[in-house]
Design a protein around this ligand. Structure first.
Ligand SMILES: *Cc1c(COP(=O)(O)O)cnc(C)c1O
Ligand code: SF4
Length: 442
């Protein structure tokens, strides 16, 4: 299958768009001028149900929707386009709006970048003790863009927002020196956008260095969903699978952290075959997704998705809360509601599917999981715990926040039962100068 990307300059050639309303086309144009927009022929022809526009979840996941911008922003950009103000001015307006959309959720760029001998290693991030994130410089884009993605500043070409790296030697050195690191997680964008030869350079360097503490290599990717031909018919697909076998042969665990948001992404022959080929190499596929309004905000959708994943041999891993950036107002679901959906999902599936953890927020202190609504002596509270912590000692300790039906993110939560602070607050404050980068195809 030949890969044909569609972006703002050529989306009008998508045949199926000829039958959708002018309002929908206008929204693509206006919102697509601010937030990144990219799709491709596989998504258009296989994942979207064109008889179900505008409600189709895969359409909303990949095509800009009017409500993704607040009305002021939408009107501003729409009239600029209508008045033919020219490219430079459109760009200026777009950048101004983007900066109002919190492009660095939870702080970014400078923070949590590790260093060796005083030299910062950009393109790397080390927040949780066991796991180093690596952003290969050629992997900072994707086969198609999700409309909710918090990595959007990387895609819209504000150059200095990118964190990338050509520094594979530094990565190897760092992992060698840090015996506590067992995992290297390749992330992006999508590292599997890279040619196999490039990915191989990074992975081979890690394997050749023969680092005993390195046990797990993970690759975060949306390719199975957006371009399964990466594992089937792309010219270097076979090389990629051989590389996977090699990792396994070197005695390392290889985990493909696959990003699926909806069961519609797990239906095609292509994705089914791609999963089979990957599993044959000895790699494991773990799946993760944010819980998103308009896309997968029901236990039925989640249940169907998880059961299908298990049928294909994948292991459910994370349900995330959508981050506070970009079009969050469009996608976000209050924490309490997200937990209700999680609970209903969990109750409706077999133990085999219950490897799913969540709903979890990747925020400043760590990955905070909403355990549920507790009723303690007549007072309602949110029971929480960290699945990952900036300080490993914080992990797995239950703590409580005041019940709040509207809260959509960690920073809106207050300690319950008259406490002034969460147990980690003081220490966190001291550590705030090492804030987190955002990463992973979550
Ligand atoms: C999610 C995440 C990881 C991986 O965490 P696991 O629980 O091991 O999957 C690593 N680093 C950062 C910054 C993360 O957000
Ligand atoms: S969520 Fe993943 S696949 Fe989607 S645009 Fe973001 S990085 Fe790319």
């Amino acid at each position: 299958m030949k890969y044909t990307p569609y972006m703002l300059h050529n989306y009008k050639s998508i045949r199926q768009l000829q039958s959708v309303s002018p309002e929908i086309i206008e929204a693509i144009e206006v919102v697509g001028s601010v937030l990144p927009f990219k799709t491709n022929n596989y998504v258009v022809n296989n994942l979207i149900d064109w008889n179900n526009i505008p409600d189709d979840p895969m359409f909303k996941l990949t095509f800009p929707q009017k409500e993704m911008l607040i009305p002021e922003h939408f009107t501003e950009m729409a009239s600029a386009i209508k008045n033919n103000v020219g490219k430079t001015q459109i760009k200026e307006i777009a950048n101004k709006i983007r900066l109002e959309l919190n492009p660095h959720p939870a702080g970014q760029i400078e923070y949590n970048v590790p260093s060796i001998e005083g030299e910062k290693i950009y393109g790397m991030q080390h927040k949780y003790r066991e796991t180093v994130l690596f952003f290969p410089s050629q992997g900072q884009t994707c086969h198609a863009y999700c409309t909710f993605c918090f990595r959007w500043p990387q895609f819209v070409g504000i150059e200095d927002l990118k964190f990338a790296s050509r520094e594979v030697e530094l990565l190897v050195k760092y992992v060698k020196e840090h015996k506590e690191v067992t995992d290297v997680l390749f992330t992006g964008g999508d590292p599997l956008i890279m040619k196999t030869t490039h990915l191989e350079t990074y992975i081979r360097a890690l394997l050749d260095a023969d680092i005993p503490n390195l046990r797990h290599i993970r690759i975060g990717t949306k390719s199975l969903s957006y371009w399964p031909y990466r594992f089937l018919t792309d010219t270097d697909a076979d090389d990629l699978l051989r590389l996977f076998e090699e990792v396994k042969g070197a005695g390392k665990h290889l985990a493909i952290m696959a990003h699926f948001n909806h069961p519609a992404e797990l239906k095609s022959d292509a994705v089914t075959k791609a999963i089979k080929r990957i599993l044959k190499t000895g790699a494991v596929i773990r799946t993760q997704s944010p819980i998103l309004r308009h896309i997968n905000d029901s236990a039925t959708v989640w249940g169907n998705m998880l059961r299908r994943q298990i049928a294909l041999g994948c292991i459910p891993y994370y349900m995330f809360i959508v981050r506070n950036t970009g079009a969050q107002h469009y996608f976000s679901i209050p924490l309490v509601e997200a937990w209700h959906i999680f609970q209903e999902t969990y109750q409706s599936i077999s133990g085999i599917c219950r490897t799913l953890r969540g709903p979890s927020m990747s925020c400043i202190p760590g990955k905070i999981q909403i355990l549920g609504v507790a009723d303690v002596k007549g007072e309602k509270a949110l029971a929480l715990r960290m699945i990952q912590g900036r300080n490993p000692d914080w992990v797995a300790r239950p703590f409580f926040a005041k019940y709040d039906e509207k809260a959509t993110w960690y920073n809106e939560l207050k300690p319950a039962f008259g406490e002034e602070k969460f147990f980690f607050s003081d220490e966190l404050e001291k550590r705030l100068d090492t804030d987190a980068l955002e990463a992973g195809c979550e």
